[in-house]
Design a protein around this ligand. Structure first.
Ligand SMILES: C[S@@+](CC[C@H](N)C(=O)[O-])C[C@H]1O[C@@H](n2cnc3c(N)ncnc32)[C@H](O)[C@@H]1O
Length: 310
């Protein structure tokens, strides 16, 4: 299957990096290589390390970026391992990095991966096909309270408890094997009148299960802080998020890093010794233009936050 993905906030995020000659940049979410291609095309001397936990994305991006030869290093790992990845490559500090979070259109549209409520497939949703936990495991083994919690916290689904109860009832008869079986259970759990609001009725539960399968939120705050730590002074970090849960984490991580002394006001001198590590460049997140919103519906919920290392 061809790797199809339209990069979101492409110019805005790459412009933010201020690509320089001879600079080393990291794309922590390589995907189809869209952001990486743009970074490499901006300067003949720039080098790029592209990371993705999905081996299919690595293969597709390697092919697309092959025109840039040895200026590209592709790494099939989790971006939360950024510090050890750079250490293994003997790179001390980098000039900039981009994270374009979530899944690619290729992953969603590839029916066999089980990410989408639009395609019938075995419940899977792993970005890294070698990871142990699948959507099947979660749907068929988590307790009702756990399912309710993840649907509520990660999907902001108001019918969480009812959907969890319907899943438990269904799996008592036989395991829930496929995406379409799960969609039917969700539809049956949500009252008909409520099913007409808020897009596809399975959208929020599928997002929640995907986040849980791939541990997407628990790694994010530390990962953002580690990326910031790896930047040279003046280096930029550009993070694109696609839902409020991710955006809140990135915003908080930036705020923590931008904060200086945390001593109580009544202290005559600073004893914490804390200095700000970054400057927040985008006080408000950068949003897609009207043109991009018209051209690519997937950009609808995207937000870009930019920080600069001090
Ligand atoms: C939105 S796509 C990136 C698309 C890319 N920027 C482009 O323009 O072609 C996100 C990619 O990040 C990968 N990904 C998500 N979380 C990751 C993580 N923690 N570590 C490594 N890769 C991750 C996914 O597998 C997916 O391929």
């Amino acid at each position: 299957m061809e790797f199809k993905h339209i990069s979101v906030l492409l110019n805005e995020s790459v412009d933010a990096l201020n690509i320089t000659d001879g600079g080393t940049y990291v794309d922590g979410t390589l995907g189809g290589g869209g952001h990486s291609y743009e970074i490499l095309s901006r300067n003949n001397g720039a080098k790029l390390i592209g990371i993705d936990r999905d081996s299919e994305a690595i293969a597709a991006a390697k092919e697309r970026l092959s025109v840039y030869g040895d200026r590209v290093t592709a790494v099939n790992r989790n971006f939360c391992e950024i510090k050890s990845i750079l250490q293994e490559l003997n790179i001390d500090k980098i000039d900039g990095a981009v994270l374009d979070l979530g899944v690619s259109s290729y992953q969603l549209d590839n029916g066999g991966r089980g990410f989408s409520y639009m395609h019938d497939a075995r419940l899977d949703m792993r970005m890294d096909k070698n990871a142990e936990k699948t959507a099947y495991d979660i749907v068929n083994s988590y307790a009702c309270e756990e399912l309710t919690r993840i649907f509520y916290e990660y999907g902001e689904e108001k019918w969480s408890k009812r959907i969890a109860e319907f899943i438990i009832e269904a799996r008592e008869k036989r395991p829930v094997e496929t995406t379409f079986e799960l969609v039917d259970i969700i539809k049956a759990a949500i009252p008909k009148s409520a099913r007409l609001e808020g897009g596809h009725p399975a959208k929020r539960v599928f997002q929640a299960i995907r986040i849980e399968v791939n541990d997407e939120l628990s790694i994010l705050e530390n990962a953002v802080k580690d990326f910031a730590d790896c930047l040279k002074s003046g280096g930029r970090l550009a993070v694109i998020t696609f839902h409020s849960l991710e955006d809140r984490i990135v915003k908080k991580a930036y705020k923590d890093l931008a904060q200086g002394c945390t001593c109580p006001k009544e202290f005559p001198i600073c004893v914490c010794g804390r200095a700000p590590e970054i400057k927040i460049i985008s006080k408000k997140p950068v949003l897609p233009s009207q043109k991009e919103l018209g051209d690519n519906s997937r950009s609808k919920s995207a937000k870009l936050r930019i920080a600069e290392k001090l």
